[in-house]
Write a protein that binds this ligand. Structure first.
Ligand code: GDP
Ligand code: IMO
Ligand code: MG
Length: 420
């Protein structure tokens, strides 16, 4: 690893970021989360264990220094559970938690559920309180940050202010009791987390000056970005690579962007998905790819790889190259389709449209390739040793997108990875 690297999801999340961050973290000294919260679910299969992480950066398995930046929203209970899990398994957690990160409170989770229920057009949120927490961040007076959590006086003041202003919508009978219960619980979390809290921006800037190798672990994917995603069917934070600069307070220089994309596509929750399938192939992806949400257990929607969408993601993230995951899952299909263009108002378009009205009309145009057989993928170490038609599929994608495919993932395990 020569430069610092960011792993950014190119689709709708769940591209395999956790697996690849764990794989690449071998060469890194620090692994950083900079956006989102425990709506993320990053799975790592290594050392005979399956780890499902929501907040702790995936460098934890290899004992790296870990940073949770100011751009994240933190559910302290989930974070403490993850720390305890590692410590019980005799792995030391070297965590630096930004005092500026925002805290997900119980009323955020309650409001997430209530708002989703009341919505005419559902978003299909993870109900982890992400949206309401980012709303408080933007609103400013109600927000509780990590610095407030670890200061009893500030915490009590903030909780009271919040509970009284939200009492009506939360339909609270006894706001005082509700506030006191939250205070007792969260004061305890503050005491446990205090030792990790610091100025992570300064820490990272210093480490960058010392040329320490840093790996940035994106959460979600490009089309869940609140600005550039399929709004309103997005999450509440920026998820594209440039979000890392604001999300952890470092300078925008010399970071290599490794875009990560599945060899087909999935999406959890509602929203546009032009190449979505509803047939036997969908069941193939669902069952062979084990496409069930890491955070909510919901079956993921599945479809063919969408190149116009990938091209926009490459542009928005300034991706230098691509990590292609789950290629093994395509094995056994007779034919493989790839969407190369859309037809919109009788015009052939090669880029995911910016305007949702165009997206609604977009009909995918497919290129069809021959499928490949199932082989023992675990034994393949080089791109040239892939089944011939799998190789042709990868070559085709690479030619279409115009940037190299640098890593190919052919199984969930750390070793089932080909460096091209
Ligand atoms: P993330 O949110 O981007 O970290 O992805 P998730 O962990 O939510 O979902 C990816 C799923 O695919 C996990 O269950 C991984 O273990 C699994 N996975 C990752 N890469 C591969 C691969 O190349 N092949 C197969 N079969 N599974 C993979
Ligand atoms: P990782 O990091 C897939 C989706 C939800 C929902 C929308 C808004 O594992 O790739 P939210 O709870 O954020 O308000 O939900 O975003 N979503 C994800 N989908 N992977 C994720 O994270 C996601 N995080 C949020 O399903 O559609
Ligand atoms: Mg996930």
């Amino acid at each position: 690893m020569d430069k610092n690297i960011v792993i950014a999801g190119m689709q709708f999340g769940d591209e395999g970021k956790g697996k690849i961050v764990d794989f690449l973290s071998e060469d890194a000294e620090i692994v950083v989360r900079y956006n989102g919260g425990d709506n993320a679910g990053h799975t790592i299969c290594a050392e005979n264990q399956i780890y499902k992480l929501h907040l702790i950066p995936s460098g934890a398995i290899l004992g790296k220094e870990l940073v949770i930046g100011n751009g994240c929203v933190v559910n302290p209970k989930i974070l403490i559970n993850e720390i305890n899990f590692f410590e019980k398994n005799r792995k030391k957690i070297n965590l630096y938690l930004s005092g500026r990160a925002h805290i997900i409170m119980p009323y955020h989770i309650a409001l997430d559920g209530m708002e989703e229920k009341a919505r005419m057009n559902k978003i299909g949120t993870t109900k982890r309180g992400i949206g309401p927490c980012y709303m408080d961040k933007a609103e400013r007076t109600c927000a509780v940050r990590v610095y407030d959590l670890v200061d009893e006086k500030l915490l009590m003041k903030k909780i009271k202010q919040n509970v009284y202003s939200k009492a009506l919508v939360l339909e609270l009978d006894n706001a005082e009791e509700y506030a006191n219960d939250i205070f007792k619980e969260y004061k305890g979390y503050g005491e446990l987390l205090k030792k990790y809290v610091c100025d992570t921006s300064r820490y990272l800037n210093e480490k960058m000056k010392e040329n320490k190798k840093i790996l940035f672990e994106g959460a979600q994917g490009c089309f869940l970005d609140v600005d550039f995603g399929t709004y309103p069917f997005t999450t509440s934070s920026n998820t594209i690579s440039s979000a890392l600069f604001c999300g952890c307070g470092i300078f925008p220089k010399s970071i290599e962007v490794r875009g990560i994309a599945k060899a087909y596509m999935t999406r959890v929750g509602e929203g546009y998905f032009p190449t979505e399938l509803f047939d036997e192939t969908k069941n193939h992806f669902l069952n062979i790819g084990k496409e069930f949400g890491t955070t909510t257990g919901r079956p993921r929607r599945c479809g063919w790889l969408d190149l116009p969408l990938l091209k926009r993601a490459i542009m928005l993230n300034a991706a230098d190259d691509i990590v292609l995951t789950k290629l093994d899952v395509l094995a056994g299909l007779k034919k493989i389709k790839v969407c190369t263009h859309y037809e919109i108002d009788s015009k052939k378009v090669d880029m995911f449209p910016d305007n949702p009205m165009d997206l609604k009309k977009a009909k995918p145009i497919y290129h069809e390739l021959d499928g490949f057989e199932n082989v023992d993928f675990g034994r393949i170490k080089k791109r040239k040793d892939l089944p011939l038609n799998a190789k042709k599929y990868v070559d085709f994608i690479e030619k279409e997108i115009g940037i190299p495919i640098k890593i190919i993932s052919i199984g969930p395990g750390r070793n089932e990875t080909i460096l091209c």
